[in-house]
Design a binder for this molecule. Structure first.
Ligand code: CO
Length: 422
């Protein structure tokens, strides 16, 4: 095992924090607030009328809620071609609020008038077709809950732990209820010509993102989606229409979908030959690695949600997901993988959707711990250790890093991103 930056032995990491001062901030002081608004007093907001329904025609969250998407300045060259991250530590359940969905654009967000929107289906079909948005909405509809994950999620950590929170180690991950028409219905209407086995999906934005998709996927569970979490897909997510490919890497879920071309081979677009390939240690690349493999991360506690000032009962909670199907089990360790306990999976447990897991833990004040989660899916795949993943894939790729993640809980309750050689 070669030594990598940030890859420390358990002994080494423990040694590094042994001398840390056990300073406990007064968490209760921050929550103290105004006693006049607390029992037994009648709070001020209960003594006068608030704004009525007339004043707010489209709802917003409480002004006291401040969770936001963030971006990493050095990660992408400019703010047009950029990425923002979902604040996973702030999320409840499995659905990502549309306003906190992660973003990845290659040419900024286009402003598309739905009246001008068209979807073209052509190539190896009997009848080339052009659909308006209204045409799509008149067809039989499905709504399904699926996660979407950028294949570069965690990609900054192949060589060592370097990001300071779960928002940046795993936040290119969101989960929505997507509504639209199954792609196979559109293809049936167009009529596939013999030999058609691939399709090309192209975005209508200035970057013209193009990805080749196996026809089998299109005939399985692909959705032409115009709805997200009960309303229209947001502009940042492809308004008015995006391709939804459950379990497949996020860049293939082409946004602002403009056309679908049928063919008998992949297109090898520049997105497929230069960008979304996985560079291996021998200099060759893995191409067409579509499925996001089984993965999980603990979202509480985490660097953004430390344990300082809160000794005693802790409900460890996190998210698990697999592009291959349902999550069947998540094990949690508090000692860096020496011992594991099986967590409870919270309903609903859906295929290719985020799954929330929970497990109780007693944190003793002054106790350091290495928290890990290890997910399994219905195909039998098990989330690998970072050591095993590096042995198989090296450290040259930035894509499809799904290894077991470690949070170090320091003696004072601070939570730090580390990698341990296990
Ligand atoms: Co890939």
């Amino acid at each position: 095992m070669r030594s990598e930056r940030g890859l420390a032995s358990r002994r080494g990491v423990i040694g590094a924090v042994a001398g840390a001062a056990a300073a406990l901030p007064a968490g209760i002081a921050r929550a103290a607030g105004n006693p006049q608004n607390q029992p037994p007093h009648l709070p001020e907001w209960g003594r006068s009328l608030g704004p009525g329904v007339i004043e707010e025609t489209y709802g917003t969250r409480s002004r006291h809620e401040t969770a936001v998407r963030r971006y990493v300045p050095w990660l992408t060259p400019d703010r047009v071609s950029s990425v923002s991250f979902t604040p996973l530590a702030e999320m409840h359940g499995i659905i990502t609020p549309s306003g906190l969905h992660f973003e990845r654009h290659h040419g900024g967000v286009p402003d598309i008038d739905p009246a001008d929107y068209r979807l073209m289906i052509h190539g190896m079909v009997e009848r080339p077709l052009i659909f308006t948005l209204e045409d799509l909405k008149r067809m039989p509809q499905v709504s399904r809950i699926h996660f979407i994950e950028c294949p570069a999620n965690g990609g900054m950590e192949w060589r060592g732990a370097q990001m300071s929170g779960v928002q940046f180690t795993h936040g290119m991950l969101s989960c929505s209820e997507w509504t639209g028409v199954p792609l196979k219905l559109l293809l049936a209407q167009a009529g596939l010509r013999p030999g058609a086995s691939w399709l090309l999906a192209e975005g209508g934005d200035a970057s013209h993102m193009t990805r080749s998709v196996p026809l089998a996927k299109a005939l399985d569970d692909a959705i032409i989606a115009y709805g997200q979490n009960g309303e229209a897909v947001r502009p940042q997510q492809g308004y008015p229409v995006r391709l939804v490919l459950p379990g497949y890497e996020g860049n293939m879920w082409v946004k602002w979908l403009r056309r679908i071309e049928l063919g008998d081979r992949p297109w090898f677009s520049r997105w497929e030959t230069r960008t979304y390939t996985d560079l291996m240690p021998d200099g060759l690349s893995r191409q067409f690695t579509f499925v996001n493999e089984v993965n999980s991360v603990i979202t509480y506690p985490c660097p953004e949600k430390p344990l300082q000032g809160r000794p005693g009962f802790v409900e460890i909670s996190g998210l698990a997901w697999s592009g291959a199907g349902r999550i069947t089990r998540v094990d949690v360790s508090v000692d860096g993988g020496d011992n594991w306990r099986t967590a409870e999976l919270q309903d609903p447990v859906l295929p290719k959707a985020l799954t929330r897991f929970r497990i109780p833990w007693e944190w003793r004040e002054g106790q350091s711990a290495f928290l890990q989660s290890r997910a399994m899916d219905e195909t039998g795949r098990v989330q690998p250790s970072i050591t095993a993943l590096r042995a198989a894939r090296g450290t040259e790729s930035i894509y499809h890093k799904n290894s077991i993640h470690t949070w170090l809980v320091e003696r004072d309750g601070t939570v730090v991103n580390v990698q341990i050689d296990a």
